[in-house]
Design a protein around this ligand. Structure first.
Ligand code: ADP
Ligand code: MN
Ligand code: MN
Ligand code: MN
Length: 336
């Protein structure tokens, strides 16, 4: 007999940006299978998800993986339901058909490792600025790199948890990093991004640091913000074999800019200025290999005979991947 520690994770009801919450449940000899996990509940009046008079919200397990940092530990991603079993309004996952694995999503999660004492990214001297942007992106050496041990430790945790992490890189600003996760199925991609975010945020606790997902944490200075580029494909895009068909998908996004921006993260107007490899928030454009466009057609897709995937560059680092994916699926489905 071994005592298993199940860390039930959920998204709270804070606006405009939801945060991760979790609590631990002990069971004997958990099998590791999702179907053996029971619903659990929490006090929704403490997370802006219910009134005090009727405060129980339900957590329904949707994804489970080993917790690499805890002996006999498991990470249980859940979705939040109301007491009557309907989806809670904070539940973005409910917008996705989790049986549909034709849509593949690869999210590029950017973030800053943040020093709470100076209220700046790590690598920023208190009260001042480091050397301007340029040498930090994919850089090496102690003058350019801040937080590599955290980035690498997070990578190991994701691998050991069995997440579909594809890579990491140092980003353009000091103390800014990225990881990429791709999954076949929007729900799975969203589950895995949230679990990877959980592992990252929890990791910073022992360093006395935190993760800042604000899309433009340094304001309108000459420092990049953070995005969560959404790379996506379905059978239609993967097998298009036609420039016209690929561009038809891009065109479908033109008339629904506001609907997309509405779920692409709070304060994204501060990031989507048209500078620092972004398109302006009110514009819509697409182009092959164009990092200043709203949607980039990767060179791979063109060179692969106009079959492959597309990259929506607009989602911000603090966006909910469930809501982003649900909106993209809705738009792509108007074409195919
Ligand atoms: P860049 O920084 O050049 O924009 P990255 O290499 O960081 O690109 O990220 C590209 C992402 O695209 C990866 O997460 C990858 O898994 C994803 N991707 C590749 N092929 C597909 C596909 N067919 N469908 C969805 N996503 C894909
Ligand atoms: Mn990238
Ligand atoms: Mn990037
Ligand atoms: Mn990208």
């Amino acid at each position: 007999m071994a005592t298993s520690k199940l860390e039930y994770i959920w998204l709270d009801g804070y606006k405009p940006t939801q945060s991760l919450r979790s609590k631990t449940k002990l069971v004997q000899d958990f099998s590791g299978k999702l179907e053996d996990l029971k619903d659990w509940s929490f006090d929704g009046s403490s997370t802006e998800q219910a009134e005090g008079g009727s405060s129980d919200c339900i957590m329904r397990p949707v994804f489970v993986c080993p917790d690499p940092a805890i002996k006999n530990g498991w990470l249980v991603m859940t979705e939040v339901l109301n007491a009557d079993g309907t989806a809670h309004e904070s539940n973005g996952r409910a917008l996705i058909d989790d049986e549909d694995d034709d849509f593949w999503f690869g999210f590029e999660q950017e973030y800053f490792i943040w020093d709470n004492e100076t209220n700046r990214p790590i690598g920023f001297p208190a009260g001042g600025f480091p050397a301007p942007q340029g040498p930090y992106y994919c850089g090496v050496g102690g003058q350019n790199v801040f937080g590599r041990e955290i980035k690498d430790e997070h990578l190991e945790l994701c691998i050991d948890a069995g997440l579909d992490i594809e890579g990491t890189n140092g980003e353009v600003a000091t103390g800014q990093w990225e990881f990429q996760i791709m999954a076949k199925g929007a729900a799975s991609a969203g589950d895995q991004i949230w679990v990877a975010r959980y592992l990252l945020e929890r990791l910073t606790e022992k360093y006395g640091l935190s993760i800042n997902y604000h899309p433009k944490p340094l304001g309108q200075l000459d420092w990049n913000g953070s995005g969560m580029h959404a790379n996506f494909s379905n059978t239609y895009i993967r097998t298009a074999a036609s420039e016209e068909k690929i561009k038809k998908v891009c065109e479908a996004f033109r008339g629904v800019v506001d609907e997309h921006i509405a779920v692409y993260g709070a304060y994204n107007d501060q990031r989507l200025t048209g500078k620092h490899e972004t398109a302006a928030i009110t514009d819509f454009s697409y182009g092959v290999s164009d990092r200043g466009a709203s949607i980039r057609i990767p060179l791979f897709t063109k060179n692969n005979g106009w079959s492959g995937y597309l990259e929506d560059r607009r989602p911000a680092s603090n966006a909910d991947p469930y809501k982003v994916a649900a909106r993209i699926i809705k738009t792509v489905k108007t074409v195919s």
